[in-house]
Design a protein around this ligand. Sequence first.
Ligand SMILES: NC(=O)c1ccc[n+]([C@@H]2O[C@H](COP(=O)([O-])OP(=O)(O)OC[C@H]3O[C@@H](n4cnc5c(N)ncnc54)[C@H](OP(=O)(O)O)[C@@H]3O)[C@@H](O)[C@H]2O)c1
Length: 275
Amino acid sequence: MSAPATLAPDVTLANGVAMPRIGFGLFRVAPGATARDIAAEALTAGYRLLDTAAIYRNETEVGQAVAASGLPRDRLFVTSKVWNDDQGYPRSLTAFERAQAALGSIDLYLLHWPVPERRLAAWRALEDLYLDGRVRAIGVSNFMVHHLDELLAAARVAPMVNQVELSPFLPQRELAAYCARAGIVLTAYSPLTKGHRLAHPLLVEEATRLGCSPAQLLLRWVLAQGHALVVKSSDPQRMRENLAAGDGALDAAALARLDALDEGLVTGWDPRDAP
Ligand SMILES: NC(=O)c1ccc[n+]([C@@H]2O[C@H](COP(=O)([O-])OP(=O)(O)OC[C@H]3O[C@@H](n4cnc5c(N)ncnc54)[C@H](OP(=O)(O)O)[C@@H]3O)[C@@H](O)[C@H]2O)c1
């Protein structure tokens, strides 16, 4: 019997490392919750990629949840990111030491934002961490085409991942084509538009027709583009609902209707005009 169809097989990065396609994000956990409990709940729900960052100020708690989970470390994938103040060569190396001490170990380390003047030196630090075997993969976040052009012209190691805001309401088509050509896996953050468009009538109608939730429909659209994603919920039921999005499929009609939703919607910081 063949395996069930899934939209979410692990994605293979340019260096051969396998990364779970659906990750759990830990930016701003809900008031009253702790990142440790939320991360533990996400692991119980079945997530195997946790996405944190120095600026989320919860690397220690995420590390505690990983250690307490009892899961073999090589079955988990932990992503963290260097914050802007720590970009530059020596500062990024120091930031990594702090992050590693908090998290135990890091699979994927990203530059969080394309900081002018300092991003290339910060990238050299990440390259050295990678070439020294301290992390399994390195990448960037919020890099647009002009930032990637500059980076690829200078890099010894090309980024394996670029994590950017992406949803049908912000499909990032030019960037997606660029990353596909360059062998960079695009990872969508805020794929649920932070909730802003979940009640959109077209989404609700298509989700009803397909027997899934509007959130699952958004995630399936991202997966159907071939991207990875990181999604967040503080609710155990919704954590499972989001992860299960990978088990369904989208028909051509749904894809076409969602393709028409592009409105350039940015719900967080907008890197498109960042120098
Ligand atoms: N690299 C970067 O610069 C960057 C920037 C932003 C985010 N990120 C990463 O991306 C992750 C996800 O993005 P995000 O947290 O901004 O937004 P998101 O995942 O698009 O949306 C999260 C919001 O949607 C709600 N939600 C989740 N599942 C739902 C469902 N099935 N039905 C209805 N509502 C649902 C959540 O509420 P409940 O908690 O109540 O379910 C929460 O309010 C972050 O946690 C972070 O790891 C990275």
